[in-house]
Ligand binder design. Structure first.
Ligand SMILES: *Cc1c(COP(=O)(O)O)cnc(C)c1O
Length: 373
């Protein structure tokens, strides 16, 4: 039996909720959206989130309200998906890439600090695998230097740092509900923000109009008031999202169980120095979004990945670091500028984790991997 890398969780609630939604007006920010927002507030203790068509759009919304000027810099880790870098560019700023911590593949705070200049306005931290960096230190540094802190929490719904939900610690937090994420409605996202940005984000998200304020009766006219775009999640997607969120605990616990099975099965290989397991610092409670191993070099990685593939097991590497991509080169970076990001690209392999995978299958994957080494 082939073992797929990813498979969608099928919520027992989705059919019924979708039929209800079909009967409704389908207007955006309707009942389903309100239910999703309510769950985020009550279960994950976020501020009232803005639902967006994707995490990419959520990041664009965050950067869009910062009023960056040409030459303003935003620091972000190179080992990352391009969304955050694009958001900076689209908002008129300059993305500045920093390296990652080789233990967690998260922003390396020391390296980030060295890249702060008088033009730096914000920092975007990515919670890779729903594990965060030392957020206490990053928040302190951001406060001391006057930087705005944005969390790319795309992978982190249901994950915590010292008991605080990821995405609620900085000034902004962006989540993804893409089909590959723990909670998914095909395409979707959300942005939480500090209260002082709320009004501007509301205007920006609704084509730069005061639509929401007008509907609340705060203004007599519905008009164009600022720069913006249409960054609203459809009610249809919000409905699916609500159905999925009702099963958040179940999804998270099944995934964590698989990660634990991998850890148990592969621990002897780590102890004998053959590979390294994904590390989870003591302050972090991830959500089982992914599980990875690190090899000594690209040769071993390629050999193991080929062996797994030959057995029908889909295991995957991850990001081409932004600084090594054609766009990174165009921004002036060279491949050996950020060595830990490069190393993650060359030596990290993600194993299948999804709610339709059994612990027995995970153990089988681990066995094939062990034989391939
Ligand atoms: C998935 C992901 C994104 C993009 O999310 P979309 O919802 O597909 O736009 C951005 N950043 C990270 C770290 C991701 O994992």
């Amino acid at each position: 039996m082939p073992i797929s890398f990813y498979s969608r969780f099928r919520s027992p609630h989705e059919r019924e909720l979708i039929e209800d939604c079909l009967m409704g007006p389908m207007a955006s920010d309707g009942d389903c959206a309100a239910r999703v927002q309510g769950l985020f507030q009550s279960r994950l203790h976020t501020n009232l989130p803005f639902l967006t068509p994707s995490c990419t759009h959520a990041l664009e919304l965050a950067l869009g309200v910062l009023h960056l000027k040409s030459g303003d810099e935003v620091i972000l880790p190179s080992y990352n998906f391009p969304s955050a870098g694009n958001a900076v560019l689209l908002a008129g700023g300059t993305p500045v890439l920093c390296d990652v911590d080789p233990d967690t593949q998260n922003l390396d705070i020391d390296d980030m600090q060295r890249r702060i200049t008088p033009r730096t306005r914000a920092v975007i931290t990515v919670h890779y695998g729903a594990v965060s960096c030392d957020m206490d230190r990053l928040v302190r540094l951001a406060n001391e230097t006057g930087l705005i802190l944005i969390e790319d929490a795309a992978q982190a719904v249901g994950a915590f740092y010292k008991g605080r939900h990821l995405g609620t610690i900085g000034d902004f937090g962006a989540y993804s509900f893409h089909s590959t994420k723990n909670i998914s409605c095909g395409e979707g996202g959300a942005l939480t923000c500090a209260e002082k940005y709320r009004q501007q984000a509301e205007l920006y998200r609704e084509c730069g109009t005061n639509r929401s304020g007008y509907l609340r009766g705060e203004s007599g006219r519905y008009a164009w008031t600022s720069r913006g775009s249409s960054l609203i999640l459809s009610e249809w997607c919000a409905c699916l999202l609500y159905a999925q969120l009702l099963s958040l605990e179940e999804i998270t616990s099944r995934r964590l169980e698989l990660c634990e099975a991998y850890r148990q099965a592969l621990l002897p290989l780590e102890e004998s120095g053959r590979l390294r397991l994904m590390s989870v610092p003591p302050d972090c409670s991830p959500n089982g979004h992914l599980f990875y191993v690190r090899f000594d070099g690209p040769g071993t990685l390629g050999r193991v990945q080929n062996r797994l593939h030959s057995q029908g097991i889909d295991a995957r590497t991850h990001y081409v670091p932004l600084h090594m991509s054609p766009m990174g080169h165009a921004l002036g970076y060279r491949d050996d500028d950020l060595p830990a990001s490069r190393r993650a690209y060359e030596t990290l392999l993600r194993l299948p984790v999804h709610p339709n995978l059994s612990v027995g299958e995970a153990q089988q994957v681990a066995q094939v991997l062990a034989h391939a080494l």
